[in-house]
Design a protein around this ligand. Structure first.
Ligand SMILES: [Zn+2]
Length: 441
């Protein structure tokens, strides 16, 4: 048993959609399996059992969830600067990715996992190839992941085999890792414009058979609408996917930049979750997603970094701030997307998007002790004025990876200060360097 005493406790454990006030002087008890058994004001904590290890922390809160990523693309980080997504994919990404080996994917995922852990991210949703290699790297890093290997059908992309085989492998991956508490597998299709109707229908059927989540890019760029309408006999992407039965199960749709009010209504009636990737959308000049409208329609919306080749950093602090800034620029209202709600979109709300809300994203009895500590002495998090301080606002506006001083996954410490305890980072950087240079040739 471990007890964590902290100056400020942020649980994010409120009623659906709500965020409770932080607790000054908190305690979190974690059992030997890594689950939280008690959480609240230290003054109310149960009597210490003999043998309990007591730890002290500054700000203790749920670690973050990156709800849309292609982490192994760290090997392509920085390539194709200044290109819109379609040219960036066809001219730079897909030619390089067609040379990827499973070992490349494993190496990229391992380095990216180390980066995410040190940035306070302990769970990610990954859409990439070589799912088994990805899962092995995640396992090695001690992280948590929803691994969703993706189908792309395009002449410029030659890495993967026929899609029926890929679908079989996605289900096999799920079965192979079924005993893991930290790794889940889903099914991914790159997008409605880059995957055939036949394949999308097969994915819908496979998801219905297995209950696996489906992960897909949706309405990221303005031109996609015409391409999808041409394939679908005139339907917009959400309606097209609905007509194929693809929105019936648990669906995680990334981006949602170019959604109309009608599109949002289609997603709302199917309870489709959306992942907002504001930094990637800004870097590629894709646009600003209608986050406020989606949330008002009742959609579950989380935040993702997208791949590190789309937006270089795997940093959800930066994403939260960019989400708020872009939403406020769009609305012209400084009350749009309060910091507490942005934080919910990377913690409890993100866990709900992943279908993992019963165990992740909150500090509450029964949840895994996936936590991070922010140092109370971090300059940007100070000064603190009693009676005026809003810790959630302070964390979102002033927090950064540099403030993260400890990270735990299921009670296991994986980051201590600036050191990742589960990955030899210097070796992972050197390995990624050599592989990235080969792919660039
Ligand atoms: Zn993406």
């Amino acid at each position: 048993m471990d007890r964590y005493l902290c100056d400020v406790l942020v649980t994010m454990d409120g009623p659906a959609g709500g965020v409770p006030a932080p607790v000054t002087g908190g305690a979190v008890d974690v059992d030997d399996d890594g689950r939280i058994t008690w959480c609240g004001p230290a003054a109310d904590a149960p009597r210490l059992e003999p043998g309990t290890n007591v730890h002290r922390a500054g700000i203790l809160m749920p670690s973050l969830i990156n709800a849309h990523c292609h982490t192994p693309m760290v090997l392509l980080r920085g390539a194709g600067e200044g290109l819109p997504v379609d040219r960036w994919l066809h001219e730079v990404m897909w030619p390089r990715e067609s040379k990827l080996t499973d070992d490349d994917v494993r190496a990229g995922m391992l380095l990216g996992a180390a980066e995410m852990l040190s940035n306070g991210i302990t769970t990610s949703v990954e859409m990439y190839f070589a799912g088994q290699a990805m899962a092995e790297a995640v396992d090695q890093a001690g992280m948590r992941c929803l691994v969703t290997p993706g189908v792309i059908e395009d002449a410029d992309f030659t890495l993967t085999g026929p899609w029926p085989e890929q679908l079989d492998e996605m289900v096999a991956l799920r079965d192979r890792w079924s005993a893991s508490d930290r790794i889940r597998a889903g099914i991914a299709a790159h997008a409605a414009y880059s995957v055939s109707k036949e394949c999308l229908s097969a994915i819908a059927a496979r998801a219905a058979d297995t209950g696996m989540a489906v992960h897909i890019h949706l309405a990221e760029q303005q031109w996609e609408d015409a391409a999808v309408r041409e394939r679908s006999g005139g339907l917009a992407a959400p309606e097209y996917l609905e007509s194929l039965g693809l929105l019936e199960g648990d669906v995680i749709a990334a981006h949602g930049v170019w959604l109309t009010a009608d599109d949002i209504e289609v997603l709302a009636r199917n309870d489709t979750a959306v992942v907002h990737c504001p930094c990637s959308n800004a870097k590629h000049a894709s646009g600003v997603a209608p986050v406020t409208q989606m949330r008002a329609a009742g959609l579950r919306v989380a935040i993702g970094t997208d791949g590190p080749a789309s937006h270089h950093r795997l940093d959800l602090f930066e994403e939260m701030r960019t989400a708020i800034r872009t939403a406020r620029i769009r609305s012209g209202d400084a009350q749009t997307l309060p910091p507490a709600e942005a934080l919910r979109m990377t913690t409890a709300g993100a866990a709900e998007v992943l279908g993992w809300g019963d165990e992740l994203g909150r500090l509450a009895p029964g949840c895994w002790a996936d936590m991070m500590e922010l140092s109370g002495s971090e300059p940007a998090l100070n000064p603190v004025i009693d009676g005026e301080d809003d810790p959630l606002s302070r964390i979102v506006w002033s927090g950064s990876p540099g403030a993260v001083s400890g990270v735990w996954v299921a009670g296991r410490k994986v980051v201590d200060g600036d050191r990742v305890l589960t990955v030899d980072v210097a070796a992972a950087v050197a390995d990624a360097q050599a592989r990235a240079r080969r792919l660039a040739r």
